[in-house]
Design a protein around this ligand. Structure first.
Ligand SMILES: C[S@@+](CC[C@H](N)C(=O)[O-])C[C@H]1O[C@@H](n2cnc3c(N)ncnc32)[C@H](O)[C@@H]1O
Length: 303
């Protein structure tokens, strides 16, 4: 397998209000190259495990598909997308702008039980920005020293977050958000022509894997074989990403898919390789030959 260099995430437009654990900002140039290699512009781009949704947002903002469908099971994450694409988006960006960030105020806000989807959305963004690694799963907690000793506010960029939400809200007519199970919803699109899917599931399979999904997401159990089966039945093309693990590579082989490795850096700046899976990954070799995006350096903490 040819080696490509690591991508500079600072050169990728940040569109999501989330700093998402396992987020795919570093994959943006690759996803664009994949979409550009398709014979037709997709009518619908589907992301069945949307999380922070950077790939979906990029596709919507850059007009790389007519429509974008984001799917996510988690209640907290779903509340954010429902609010941003709905009637309470303005309430949310104003709430972010007006919130006075301090340990005391964060604790007070997060102790109060949310009584509405929009409040849950605000609390989720607040947690995502003040919890260690942006992790929303049970067991996570407030960052202590934060970036450059700035403590709790080190990732709270109120104006930037507000602007990102406003930007997404302006384009809301292009997006559908569905809260539900990614595998069964993806299956419901299987027979549609000219749809494509970007599939980035929580990873808990594999004996050798780090089973990172368990620590990062509240929903982390998935029937990976069933997911591969649905992918194999899609009329349209797909791109999947996983941790580089033998069990996953075996599954890919079983279903007749091809795999390749893309280097990335995790939040601890360790260089790792992420597995990409598809029916045809020729675009990846073409991209390596052309190599415009392969020269950049990657800053995993830029969010
Ligand atoms: C690896 S993350 C996706 C990250 C995303 N690609 C990004 O760039 O932010 C996987 C996501 O799948 C969600 N998830 C877990 N089980 C799910 C299911 N059955 N259906 C839909 N989403 C699920 C998790 O909550 C998590 O947000």
């Amino acid at each position: 397998m040819a080696k490509s260099k690591v991508v500079n995430v600072a050169a990728v437009k940040k569109l999501s209000p989330f700093r998402y654990p396992g987020g795919k900002t570093w994959l943006v140039p690759y996803a664009k190259a994949w979409l550009a290699s398709l014979p037709h512009k997709p009518t619908n781009f589907i992301e069945p495990f949307a999380g922070g949704g950077i790939i979906s947002l990029t596709v919507g903002f850059d007009g790389l598909a007519d429509r974008v469908t984001m799917i996510e099971l988690d209640d907290d994450v779903a509340s954010v997308w429902q609010t941003i694409f709905g009637a309470n988006a303005k309430w949310l960006w104003r709430r972010i702008e007006e919130f006075e960030i301090s340990v005391e105020n964060v604790k007070k806000e997060l102790e109060s039980r949310s009584t509405s989807i929009r409040q849950k959305a605000f609390q989720t963004i607040l947690k995502n920005r003040t919890y260690h690694g942006g992790i929303l799963a049970a067991g996570s907690g407030l960052i202590k020293s934060g970036e450059a000793g700035k403590g709790i506010s080190s990732r709270w960029y109120a104006n930037t977050l507000s602007k990102r939400i406003q930007g997404i809200y302006e384009l809301r007519s292009k997006f559908d958000f569905i809260q539900g199970d990614g595998i069964s919803l993806l299956n419901s699109y299987a027979k549609e022509e000219n749809i494509v899917a970007f599939i980035d599931p929580p990873y808990t399979a594999g004996k050798n894997g780090k089973r990172a999904g368990k620590r990062l997401y509240n929903h982390n159990q998935l029937d990976h074989e069933a997911l591969f089966d649905v992918a194999s039945k899609l009329k349209g093309d797909f791109l999947m990403t996983y941790d580089n693990d033998t069990e996953v590579r075996d599954l890919a082989r079983k279903f007749g898919f091809v795999t390749d490795l893309i280097p990335m850096k995790n939040t601890h700046h360790a260089e790792m390789t992420e597995l990409v899976i598809g029916r045809n990954l020729d675009w990846l070799s073409d991209m390596r030959k052309a190599k415009p995006v392969n020269q950049w350096l990657f800053d995993p903490n830029a969010d």
